[in-house]
Design a protein around this ligand. Structure first.
Ligand code: LIP
Length: 269
């Protein structure tokens, strides 16, 4: 039986930041030494490297030592139920394809949630997104705000020039046509579009006001657990449409743009 606990979100934020910093530094060292492909997963394009596995192992080992009994859900090593009421949701290297190609837009994403690793029921408590090549560590705690180092983050307000949006595509080529059709429907709201290939970084940039909004279908819980809390704590809104499907649509933006994006994307579902 899970004993619900009220964890100090700030303590969890500091722990997430500390581990994300160490894990990101390991990822960068391994990238510099050369990346070894370990396997492919759902499609040939869905890769996992030896570094993904080793970075997740470091994170899992640190969390087990610091927070015994907490649950865990990681992209590469599966799940463990919580006995404390807290679960960690981890993407060891978000932006894996960028990482494999040597593109700097990759990060370590670590989130602590109250409850199980179910995004429809969890309550985000703390998160850290570390982009080691870019030298940036984004953090947030529930009620404690979103931060880039000591700089407090805030989402943008509506821009008459249109929204700078980001999105992404899944690893299954059969989904690309539908996703392109969605982009066509959204473009009247946009001034331009970015496709960085790392969901947690897209979300961190919405929180930091570097993007006005982000939407993507088919993300996994570990892709957005930390980034969604960053956006919420930066004054933004994050929702998911079509959650009963295999490819829910995540939408993140300031309140006004979120409402306009949701109206268009809801019609697409
Ligand atoms: C990736 C996401 C990205 C999405 C990719 C993939 P991964 O996560 O960050 O936004 O477009 O399809 O899901 O696989 O690099 O952890």
């Amino acid at each position: 039986m899970t004993t619900a606990v009220t964890a100090d979100a700030e303590q969890l934020r500091h722990l997430a930041a500390d581990i994300a910093r160490e894990a990101g530094d390991l990822a960068l060292r391994r990238r510099t030494a050369g990346v070894l492909l370990a396997a492919t997963k759902t499609t040939l394009a869905d890769i996992v490297t030896e570094a993904d596995r080793d970075v997740e192992d470091l994170i899992r080992t640190r969390l087990s030592a610091e927070r015994p009994g907490d649950g865990f859900l990681g992209e590469e090593s599966g799940a463990a139920e919580t006995s404390t009421g807290i679960t960690w949701v981890v993407d060891p290297i978000d932006g894996t394809v960028n990482y494999a190609y040597g593109i700097p837009a990759y990060n370590v994403s670590i989130a602590a949630v109250q409850g199980s690793a179910d995004p429809d029921t969890w309550v985000g408590l703390a998160g850290a997104v570390h982009a080691p090549v870019l030298g940036e560590l984004f953090t947030a705690s529930r009620g404690g705000g979103a931060w880039l180092g000591a700089q407090r983050l805030a989402v943008t307000a509506t821009n008459p020039a249109g929204a700078l949006l980001a999105t992404g595509f899944g690893y299954d080529p059969s989904t690309h046509d539908g996703d392109l059709a969605t982009i066509r429907q959204v473009m009247p709201l946009a001034r331009d579009l970015r496709r960085m290939g790392a969901a947690a970084l897209d979300l961190a940039y919405v929180a930091a006001g570097r993007l006005d909004g982000y939407f993507e279908r088919g993300l996994k819980p570990w892709d957005f657990a930390a980034g969604a809390l960053l956006v919420a704590e930066a004054g933004g809104v994050v929702t998911r449409l079509d959650t009963a499907s295999a490819r829910p649509m995540l939408i993140a933006a300031g309140a006004d743009l979120h409402a306009r994006l949701s109206a268009v994307l809801d019609d697409q579902i």
